[in-house]
Design a protein around this ligand. Structure first.
Ligand code: SF4
Length: 587
């Protein structure tokens, strides 16, 4: 029935794999062969998709799969100690399935709950605010094989934590109001309004929305598609989670307005796998909007037909890149395409496709209802409207803050109750790290463009560990398609771990600078191009945090024999002084 429901269409492979895995527990070789036969795809293609995404499993899994969000903000809240405590209590090593096949515990990339961490996913259901007491209770429930449906419901409650509203979060529109204004205007006039509004993409790059829509509308094609990119994977970002949780009508209405403007009849919402818990409510909102005549055929009594389908991702940060996202929508591994052609010319199913961010689409409702000039008057000359910031880290009140563009970093720090800040990481692991002499800079495309992540680090934080967390993140998330990124992120991880182990030297720092220059110029997509930005910033602005870990500022060890013997010590169970080489022996 799963395959038939997806019309035996291989392009829906990611959805098929997820649903089959839900039933079978894991994707065994037999299951993959059966799926390949059913959709008439070579088995190797099915296997390559199944092997690409971290939420698909081609080896048996435990009955309970516990994933610990491993963003730096989770770590700052004690996630590593809590995960170790859970593993000890379950007699388990991280990353392994227990001998009885009951449970596995491992780390995963940021789950978008940085305002209420440390967070975990239990069989993909999100649970925020983990404490040692909660760990004890979870271990008890797991040991007693209590079904997840019987766990306390309040453990899974996710708060929005909206701290400051502006034009978008305080929009005052009723469902259908913006859409009916857009339909009355017609596609051409709506495009003119979006151009007058100077609306720019909220995903961080700031590409002109009207320009994108016009290019898509004018491109040759038998069908056009509108895709909402809700693959919010940038560490420290969670504003799309809140928009989809409490402003879903606004997002779907924005998608419908965009679909009308570009001449599409189908819209796709690509929801990150970590936000699976939003799926049922989103599907219910879509259903209600169909009943209310706001989706489907003859919307609001006009000839316009448009419907929306939700696709769930499966744990791959790179799918936030629009062409990788389209590959994923087509059932393939999410590897970025070679561009041109750009998706507006040849995107989903080889047809013109406009991919927009959740917040961008929600903002179009304001433009439809209030006009482009009204929207353009808010913010700065080059950054019209407002921006949602996901504020986390060392602040009294983490959560969502909406400001007109142009707000200073200092203002956000003051409003969120930042405690003695030494640094702010803007726009996630791929973004910019600001030192305290830069806090008068402004959130705006002309100064600090951002997708919305705003992580604060007080003076007690070790900026080396912040950078190391980001370096590990990129090494894990590189899709492996191109050599500079695949090898460069792995080398950076090795160098940072070496320095963390007290084995680093100035040579290693120079190597990282070299890798930064190389990866920026030669990587195939934005992930590789920006993978070293935060490391470079931190190295430049917080150099003492690195230098104090170097073994000697002028001694450059080529090889550490004692370290190389650590595996042998582990195998023989010896770690006494006699099993180590002294410093003298080493030299
Ligand atoms: Fe993949 Fe990295 Fe290359 Fe992008 S830069 S295509 S993520 S390997």
């Amino acid at each position: 029935p799963i395959i038939d429901r997806h019309r035996r269409d291989g392009r829906r492979l990611v959805q098929i794999l997820r649903e089959v895995q839900d039933q079978t527990g894991w994707l065994s070789p037999e299951v993959l062969s059966w799926i390949a036969d059913a959709i008439a795809w070579p088995r190797a293609r099915v296997e390559s998709t199944a092997g690409f995404y971290s939420f698909f499993h081609t080896r048996p899994l435990g009955q309970y799969r516990i994933l610990w969000s491993d963003n730096i903000t989770d770590r700052m809240l004690g996630s590593q100690d809590l995960m170790q405590a859970m593993c000890r209590k379950l007699w388990l090593e991280p990353g392994r399935v227990s001998e009885d096949g009951l449970v596995s515990v491992e780390a995963t990339s940021c789950t978008g709950l940085c305002d209420q961490g440390p967070a975990i996913l239990v069989n993909y259901r999100a649970m925020p605010g983990i404490t040692l007491e909660r760990v004890d209770k979870i271990v008890h429930l797991v040991r007693n094989r209590v079904p997840l449906a019987e766990w306390p419901a309040e453990w899974f409650r996710i708060e929005d934590n909206i701290r400051r509203k502006d034009i978008l979060l305080d929009h005052g529109l009723v469902p259908g109001e913006a859409l009916s204004a857009a339909l009355a205007r017609g596609p051409e006039t709506m495009l003119t309004e979006v151009r007058r509004a100077n609306l720019r993409g909220r995903g961080g790059a700031g590409f002109g929305t009207a320009l994108k829509w016009e290019a898509c509308r004018q491109a040759e094609g038998s069908q056009r598609y509108l895709v909402c990119n809700a693959d919010e994977g940038e560490p420290g970002t969670f504003k799309d989670r809140v928009l989809l949780n409490s402003y879903a009508d606004l997002v779907f209405e924005g998608m419908t307005i965009a679909g009308h403007a570009i001449g599409a009849t189908e819209g796709l919402l690509y929801l990150r796998g970590e936000y699976r818990y939003l799926l049922d409510d989103l599907a219910a909102t879509l259903e209600r909007r169909r009943r209310e005549g706001l989706l489907g055929r003859n919307i609001l009594g006009t000839p316009f037909n448009f419907d929306i389908e939700i696709h769930l991702g499966a744990g791959a940060y790179v799918c936030g890149e629009e062409s990788a996202l389209i590959e994923s929508l087509e059932g393939k591994p999410g590897k970025p395409r070679i561009r041109p052609p750009f998706p507006v010319v040849r995107g989903y199913r080889e047809q013109p496709t406009a991919v927009n961010n959740v917040e961008t689409l929600a903002s179009t409702c304001l433009i439809a209802a209030r006009g482009g000039d009204w929207f353009a008057a808010i913010g700065t000359a080059k950054s019209a409207g407002s921006k949602l910031l996901s504020v986390s880290g060392d602040v009294e009140q983490p959560g969502i803050y909406e400001y007109p563009f142009g707000v200073t970093v200092a203002q956000v720090l003051a409003d969120s109750g930042a405690r003695n800040p030494q640094a702010v990481q803007i726009s996630g692991a791929a973004g910019t790290c600001l030192a305290d002499d830069e806090f008068e800079r402004r959130i705006a495309f002309e100064d600090l463009p951002t997708a919305g992540s705003f992580m604060v680090f007080d003076r007690g934080r070790d900026m080396f560990e912040v950078a190391r967390n980001f370096v590990h993140f990129f090494a894990h998330e590189s899709c492996g398609f191109c050599t500079p990124c695949r090898v460069g992120t792995a080398l950076n991880r090795r160098l940072m771990d070496k320095i963390a182990a007290g084995q680093g030297s100035p040579y290693d720092i120079n190597e990282m600078f070299k890798l930064h220059r190389l990866m920026q110029g030669t990587s195939h997509c934005g992930l590789g191009n920006s993978a070293t930005t935060a490391l470079f910033d931190t190295l430049t602005k917080f150099k003492p945090a690195f230098e104090r870990r170097l073994q000697s500022l002028d001694y450059e060890p080529g090889f550490d024999l004692d370290l190389a013997l650590s595996q042998a010590r582990q195998m023989t169970g010896r770690d006494d002084p006699g099993a180590h080489l002294s410093q003298e022996d080493k030299t």
